[in-house]
Each structure stands twice: as structure tokens, then as C-alpha cells.
Ligand binder design. Structure first.
Ligand code: PRP
Ligand code: MN
Ligand code: MG
Length: 188
């Protein structure tokens, strides 16, 4: 067993289901970007999207246009408060994206706050197009008007971890998505 086995109540998305979905998303993105001559610019939103970025970029690479892998880190404020939240950039892009087709690679859309800010930011940097691929979506995300072109799974409103999703910076390395036992977050 693994150190986290006792902390996970049940698996809701298996490793195999994740891998199959990642391939499907890559196929969709490849079909929609077949005409892109200078390749797509993938922007991974650290840290949660790291696993998805690694698997998605390789799946896309086998079938689709070429890609450049870029990384941003942001920190959100005002979760659950107002929709006019401030997002702070912890790590910015280190290259010009003007004139490029950008695809934001996110693990999860929850309130949508992080993404709506990020989309405005990337558009202000004069990308030709900015689309989003998110592997997971929480129920609240349907309430906000943030355009997520490619979505993998809709998740129930439960505390889930794994495949990049953390609780207090832990459980990101869990290879599946599982529901965290309430004892874990109630004891902290
Ligand atoms: C999580 C997740 C998304 C964001 C979604 O990141 O990875 O980036 O929250 O939430 P939202 O739709 O309500 O904005 P977090 O800020 O926890 O940082 P992390 O990726 O480093 O875990
Ligand atoms: Mn994140
Ligand atoms: Mg997090």
C-alpha cells in the first residue's frame, strides 16, 4: 500500500479513466488546431496542472501540431467572496505570446476566478486566441461565465485530491482522483 491509502475514502476516477480522457482531449485539440503552422503554446497553471500538462502534452505530441510548453504560477485571493477577486502572479510567462494560439492547461475549474482573470491577462498580451483545456470541473463552475472549450470530467461537490489536486499541498502525487476522508481535514 501507499502512505495515503488510509486517507482516501474511495477512488472516483481511476488512472485508466484519466489516461483515456487525456487522449480524447488531445484528439479534440489536435483536430481543432490542425491548421496552426507555428504550433500551439501550452500554458500550464502551476502547481495543480503539472500532471495533466505532462500527460496531455505527450498525447498531443503524438497526433497533433507541435507545442511549446510554458508555465505560470498564480495565487488567487477572495475565493468564495466576490467574483472581482485579485490574482497575483507568482511566476509569469517568460516569453512573448503575441500572435500565438494559446491553450491554457488547467487541472480544475471551481469558482472560475483563477481562469477568468488569467484569460483577460493572456488576451491583453495579444495572443491570437486563448482557449482552455481543463481536466476537471466542479459544480460551481457552471455558474460563472468562463469559457472552457475542452473539459474532461465533471466532479461531484466533494473534497477530492490526486492527479495534481492537493489538500494543503499534499496528495498531488496520488495517481487517481479520490475523495478525501473528512477526518483528514477535520483534524487540521
Ligand atoms: C486550484 C486549481 C485551479 C484553481 C481553481 O489552484 O489548481 O488552478 O484552484 O479554482 P477556482 O476556479 O476557484 O479559481 P490553487 O490556487 O489551489 O493552486 P495550486 O494549483 O498550486 O494547487
Ligand atoms: Mn491551480
Ligand atoms: Mg491547490
Amino acid at each position: 500500500g501507499s502512505w495515503y491509502d488510509a486517507d482516501i475514502d474511495r477512488v472516483i476516477i481511476s488512472e485508466k479513466e484519466i489516461q483515456e480522457k487525456v487522449e480524447e482531449l488531445a484528439a479534440e485539440v489536435a483536430a481543432d488546431h490542425a491548421d496552426v503552422e507555428d504550433g500551439v503554446l501550452l500554458v500550464c497553471v502551476l502547481k495543480g496542472a503539472l500532471m495533466f500538462m505532462a500527460d496531455f502534452s505527450r498525447a498531443l505530441g503524438r497526433i497533433g501540431p507541435s507545442a511549446e510548453l510554458e508555465f505560470m504560477a498564480v495565487s488567487s485571493y477572495g475565493h468564495g467572496a466576490t467574483s472581482s477577486g485579485v490574482v497575483r502572479i507568482l511566476k509569469d510567462l517568460d516569453r512573448d505570446i503575441a500572435g500565438r494560439r494559446v491553450l491554457v492547461v488547467e487541472d480544475i475549474v471551481d469558482s472560475g476566478l483563477t481562469l477568468s482573470w488569467l484569460l483577460r491577462y493572456l488576451e491583453s498580451r495579444r495572443a491570437v486566441s486563448v482557449d482552455v483545456v481543463a481536466l476537471f470541473r466542479k459544480p460551481d463552475a457552471v455558474k460563472v461565465n468562463v469559457p472552457v472549450r475542452y473539459v474532461g470530467f465533471d466532479l461531484p461537490n466533494e473534497f477530492v485530491v490526486g492527479y495534481g489536486l492537493d489538500y494543503a499541498e499534499r496528495y498531488r502525487e496520488v495517481p487517481y482522483v479520490g475523495v478525501l476522508r473528512p477526518e483528514v481535514y477535520n483534524r487540521d
